[in-house]
Design a protein around this ligand. Structure first.
Ligand code: PLP
Length: 401
């Protein structure tokens, strides 16, 4: 049996063995609590501070501007709820219509207690324009939050420009960089952002550990209360092994960023070109060039409702891809809110297949995928079932999505 092909790195990434090796001691003998004053505690503290410096270096921040959290989701919650609470007013959050649920649901929570929420529109490529932002900034915003890269369509936002406009109005700027970090260069000072969310498991680090960059001087209220760890912004005994893994993952991602971005963008372009050639009814979502290096999402004209079946057929053929974001996978069949916001009709917005590549993907895997995909699409049309030379694929056995 051939090994499986994992093309769903926007959902999560496999742990890099070098990261696992760095974490090893902290899952075993080095079990101290970083707040303890004895040797075991000091050892853990030193490891946490080394990792803090590594994570900070990935985004051009100072180590003491990094607050470790339990996830990217928690970092997003802390950024928005923390900024609104620190303002002492119900406040006004300006965000985009295509954010991750970690932002959209936090906004919904804040709205229930009186915070005004403005969702900025995006264009057909998924890009937030400056006009809507300028209009929203006229009515006393507390914080603007725009994601650096879309988890669904891979489009990159003009963060530097949007942050610049926001700062001219004296308003805080947050970016959810969970998908972008480690894949494109990010420097908090060049971008001029105040708050930036990260998550280790998107860059070949462990799950359950995230971070929020908080620019010096920015005032946030905590959302978790207790022993006052992480400068009082995130109480709880630190997840030392997770933090160490995050640090190692950030250091590796930083070192390999340029070469990996070029390699993955090459695969992406090859897949896009081959799709256009072999599947004339396919079309790409998102901006053609302002996008994450290893990220493609596409639809199939006339087969929008079959994407769920296609995903399962590919899975049976040994290829893991996704239909939209992992978080929405349980609602598949529903039109994607992101695609609706980008102006697609509800039919087109149902049919998104996402391919997201990562560090351990190879040219051979890309070649094999390019053989498998057109056959899987053809099989959906009722032809070519037997032409799938796959891990016992039986497309007809797949329940309709
Ligand atoms: N923000 C974006 C853009 C994401 O893609 C994700 C995860 O998919 C998150 C936030 C949440 O991160 P985590 O899984 O660490 O909670």
């Amino acid at each position: 049996m051939q090994s499986r092909i994992y093309f769903d790195h926007s959902a999560t990434t496999p742990l890099d063995p070098r990261v696992l090796a760095a974490m090893g001691p902290f899952l075993g003998g080095a079990f101290g609590n970083p707040s303890s004053l004895h040797y075991e505690g000091r050892l853990a503290r030193e490891a946490v501070e080394t990792a803090r410096a590594q994570v900070a270096a990935l985004i051009g921040a100072e180590p003491d501007e990094i607050i470790f959290t339990a996830s990217g989701t928690e970092a997003d919650n802390l950024a928005l709820i923390g900024a609104v609470r620190a303002s002492g007013k119900p406040g006004h959050v300006v965000t985009s219509a295509i954010e991750h649920a970690a932002i959209l649901e936090t906004c919904r929570f804040l709205a229930a207690s009186g915070t005004k929420i403005t969702h900025l529109p995006v264009d057909g490529d998924g890009i937030v324009g400056p006009e809507g932002l300028l209009r929203a900034l006229q009515s006393n915003a507390t914080v603007v939050s725009i994601m650096a890269a879309s988890n669904v369509v891979g489009t990159l936002q003009p963060i530097e420009e949007l942050a610049h406009l926001t700062k001219l109005h004296g308003v805080l700027f947050h970016t959810d960089a969970v998908q972008a970090a480690g894949k494109i260069p990010l420097d908090v000072n060049c971008l001029n952002v105040d708050l930036l969310s990260l998550s280790a498991h998107k860059l070949h680090g462990p799950k359950g550990i995230g971070a929020l960059y908080v620019r010096k001087g920015v005032c946030l209220s905590p959302i978790v209360f207790g022993g006052g760890q992480e400068r009082g912004l995130r109480s709880a005994t630190e997840n030392v092994a997770g933090i160490v893994g995050f640090g190692a993952a950030a250091a590796i991602a930083g070192e390999e960023l340029a070469s990996e971005a070029a390699r993955l963008a090459g695969f992406r372009e090859l897949i896009a070109a081959e799709l256009t050639r072999t599947l004339p009814n396919s079309y790409l979502f998102g901006h053609p060039s302002k996008r994450l290096p290893g990220h493609l999402s596409f639809g199939f004209r006339g087969q929008e409702r079959e994407v769920g079946k296609l995903l399962l057929a590919l899975d049976r053929a040994g290829v893991a891809v996704s239909a939209g974001s992992a978080c929405s996978a349980h609602h598949s069949g529903e039109p994607s809110g992101v695609l609706l916001a980008m102006g697609y009709d509800s039919e087109r917005a149902r049919g998104l297949l996402r391919v997201s590549l990562g560090r351990f993907n190879t040219q051979q895997e890309v070649d094999r995928f390019l053989e498998i995909l057109p056959r899987a699409v053809a099989a959906l049309n009722g032809g070519a079932r037997q032409s799938l030379p796959l891990q016992s694929v039986e497309v007809s056995a797949v329940a309709p999505a």
